[in-house]
Design a protein around this ligand. Structure first.
Ligand SMILES: Cc1cc2nc3c(=O)[nH]c(=O)nc-3n(C[C@H](O)[C@H](O)[C@H](O)COP(=O)(O)OP(=O)(O)OC[C@H]3O[C@@H](n4cnc5c(N)ncnc54)[C@H](O)[C@@H]3O)c2cc1C
Length: 421
């Protein structure tokens, strides 16, 4: 099988709000665009399509760019590796592709931070964003008792979706204290759309200054034990969705050599990364919500396609939504006790059944892997390495190719042969 070769002016990785906005902005120029996503459907996390999702007018408008004659959309396509100057090696179910670009825009989004606690691997326990994704894909929850726990605005969105799907939301368990939430709520008038959204999502089941201690059950989840202030209580439920915030996806950027700032891709005011002609936008540059992702994507698309003057005009709107993202980050900062929920026998790596005690106390992630096999299973550390970074402060090593499992034929064709020196 020989790889298909594609050339384009602008290659965009990720078709979430940021990637679609970048494509739309770039499509106003004469440039050719390739937009790829590892998901089979466009929209990223928030605009995920599926039998349980009805696209809004905003989503339908954003998706229109996929019909543009100078845009080629590659769904279900994964980046395997960088393959020399301005080229990425891709793979989908049918073929390997080598795409050569003039400019690259990374819109890789974020993933959920899942922290280990006793019982978190029981059937019935998922992430809060994961529950959203499952519901949009048609998961039946009608009549089920659901507890949503963790931190951040995503908890309320998940609770609303679960209710809409017929579940009974028993509690929304938010770790942030009222002393942080009250000033946040009082300042929402600066973002009227968010104020309206918050009002629409508000629920009497909301419990602040509370966190999950343990998921209880034999074969599957039966109840959740939570702590609220000094009180501990158990809530019977069939489903627990627990999310402790989001973490930017930076693996591809790191692999290509882009500098990071904290745990996100470092960008300048034009969304440029430390590499020439490589831009980044959306939550891979810092978690900030879909509004910020869209404006960043638009700026990146404009700059990458030579429309810099129009991009500069958008920077004040970006600052407005960046200020909202900063308020969210401060308000929902995790309390230290959430990093101490695991017991010695709680699994940290659920793919390879590695308990917390086998990893805690190691010098770094590499030592932990060498001694325990953690991070070597199906998720390749996407869950446990991210948790270990939060728990122990370990920096993840620079990802090596292949970035995702790939067919042997794809690897044999294009990966650089290691030097024998
Ligand atoms: C699980 C989950 C559920 C969420 N649900 C909601 C919600 O219901 N409501 C809400 O307000 N916010 C939700 N969010 C937050 C929301 O994702 C963001 O606010 C917003 O979508 C960010 O847009 P983005 O374009 O930066 O990234 P995303 O929407 O995450 O889009 C990134 C896209 O890039 C693809 N991708 C990443 N890396 C690669 C690669 N190497 N190769 C190919 N494709 C790649 C991903 O599959 C994804 O489709 C959720 C987040 C997560 C993680």
């Amino acid at each position: 099988m020989s790889p298909q070769h594609l050339n384009c002016d602008i290659l965009i990785v990720g078709s979430g709000p940021a990637g679609l906005a970048a494509a739309r902005a770039a499509s106003r120029s004469e440039q050719s665009i390739v937009l790829l996503d590892d998901n089979p459907r466009p929209g990223g996390q928030i605009w995920r399509q599926g039998p349980g999702a009805t696209p809004s007018a905003i989503v339908r408008e954003a998706l229109q760019v996929l019909e543009h004659p100078r845009l080629r959309y590659l769904p279900g396509t994964r980046v395997v590796a960088g393959a020399g100057a301005n080229t990425l090696l891709l793979e989908n179910t049918e073929q390997a592709l080598l795409v050569r670009y003039r400019s690259l825009i990374l819109c890789c989004g974020a993933r959920e931070l899942l922290l280990p606690f006793p019982g978190w691997t029981l059937p019935g326990v998922t992430g809060a964003g994961a529950l959203q994704a499952l519901l949009k894909n048609g998961l039946p929850v009608a009549g089920e008792r659901v507890v949503i726990a963790g931190s951040g605005p995503l908890l309320l969105a998940s609770a609303a979706s679960a209710r809409q799907a017929g579940a009974r939301v028993e509690a929304v368990v938010e770790q942030a204290p009222i002393s942080a939430l009250a000033p946040f709520a009082a300042g929402l008038w600066r973002w009227p759309a968010k104020l309206g959204q918050a009002a629409g999502l508000a629920t009497l089941a909301y419990r602040c200054n509370a966190h999950v201690l343990e998921a209880l059950g034999e074969q599957r989840l039966e109840a959740v034990r939570i702590q609220q202030g000094q009180q501990i209580r158990e809530i019977p439920c069939e489903r627990l969705a627990c999310g402790f915030g989001l973490v930017p996806n930076t693996a591809l950027a790191s692999h290509l050599g882009c500098q990071l700032q904290g745990n996100a891709i470092a960008v300048d005011r034009y969304q440029g990364t430390s590499l020439a002609q490589v831009y980044a936008a959306g939550e891979c540059t810092g978690v900030g919500g879909s509004e910020l992702a869209r404006i960043e994507g638009e700026i990146a698309g404009l700059v990458a396609s030579g429309q810099t003057r129009q991009a500069v005009a958008l920077t004040h709107r970006r600052a407005h939504w960046q200020a909202f993202a900063d308020r969210v980050r401060e308000t929902f900062a995790l309390k230290p006790q959430l990093l101490r929920l695991a017991r010695p026998d709680t699994l940290l790596c659920r793919c390879e059944d590695v308990p917390y005690a086998a990893v805690a106390g190691k010098a770094d992630w590499n030592q932990a892997k060498l001694h325990s096999r953690c991070g070597m299973g199906a998720c390749q550390g996407r869950v446990c390495a991210t948790a270990a970074q939060a728990l122990f402060g370990w920096n993840p090593p620079t990802p090596r190719p292949p970035l995702v499992p790939a067919r042997i034929e794809t690897l044999l064709m294009e990966l650089p042969t290691p030097s024998m020196k």
